[in-house]
Design a protein around this ligand. Sequence first.
Ligand code: AAL
Length: 386
Amino acid sequence: MSNLNRFLFATLVLVSVVTPSVSFADEPSGFPWDIPQSKPDRPLSAAMERLYTNYLTPRPEDNELFSSFKYTRLEGFDYHDGDGTISRRDPSKVLRINDKYYVWYTKRDTDTPPQGAAKCTDTIPSTDWDLCEIWYATSNDGFTWKEQGVAVPRPPKPQVGWRSVATPDVLAWKGKYYLYYQGFMEASGTKGDHCPVAMSYADSPDGPWTVHGDVVVPNGAPGEWDQFSIHDPYPLIYNGKIYLYYKAAFGDRPEYLVANGLAMADDPAGPFVKHPLNPLLNSGHETAYFPFKEGIAAFATTNGNESNTIQYAPDGINFQIAAVTSLIPIASGPHVPDAFDSNGNGRGISWGLSHFTNPGTWAKSHSILARFDCDLSLDVDDPAMK
Ligand code: AAL
């Protein structure tokens, strides 16, 4: 071999080591280098078939409902060095009101961390969301928050929520604000997490909040899928009606298959009529929803076969998997600019708050709020999305 040939041979070996093994010459017949946008006219494997039938687009990069997620620690919240006595979790949607962002969330501030159902007392919490109140915070930029105080305290026994009020979400409707939340009548864990949904209302996002008093979304009748609990209420306005999505479990423990349903009303105090096709999502815990084009998109996280998917229902009812992803924000409360006025033209989301929790041990068990950013906005230049 001449010196020149040795050089060319060595270069060839190097190039073949550092370049991917697929080359144009290796393309399987019927598939050009890039995945075609429409289904190729040839027999396909089951996996390739569903690439065209199960998702919005075959490539996630082209899929408007595909995103990965970036997380940022928030400034402004004290957690007692993570000793488990302070917890903030289950943030509501983030609303922008008079140039300020608002969020409501479950806050626990107890002398001890949670001790489990067997050891809980009037002052010792059973779980992270036992003996809680609903607090709120505001921010100018979505990163640094100022805790403003309690929005809904625990009412006296035996009113709805006397043991704990938790997991709020917010509705703005005809100039008033409504907080929907879980009202615990006994410590979480003693009977699973049985509880109904209660509501408080105010003329201003800063309160004062008036307790409506009654259960607003009642549990299902014995034998129905949502007979034990109604969790994670999440109101939107859709088709001119209040659409309140919620979570329940088939059975009296969350591990008995968590699903999500819908109750609809013309008035924030109800009556809420449950959709006859409930449940509408077969997976998902603390599910977040947002208007997207003419329909509703949802994050299915944590529970079920379809966990870690972003789903879409063009009618708000019949959800399909639109994208599979990972690290979806847990218990997220997105900033949804058109949550209450999408008019069939939902613009998606670009950020929100979610929570992180350390469930491994009771010893220091607590949750913290965090910010997530994502790529699910249909108009990134729209200042309302920021
Ligand atoms: C959360 C939510 C509900 C449950 C508990 C607090 O993940 O699903 O709110 O009751 O856990």
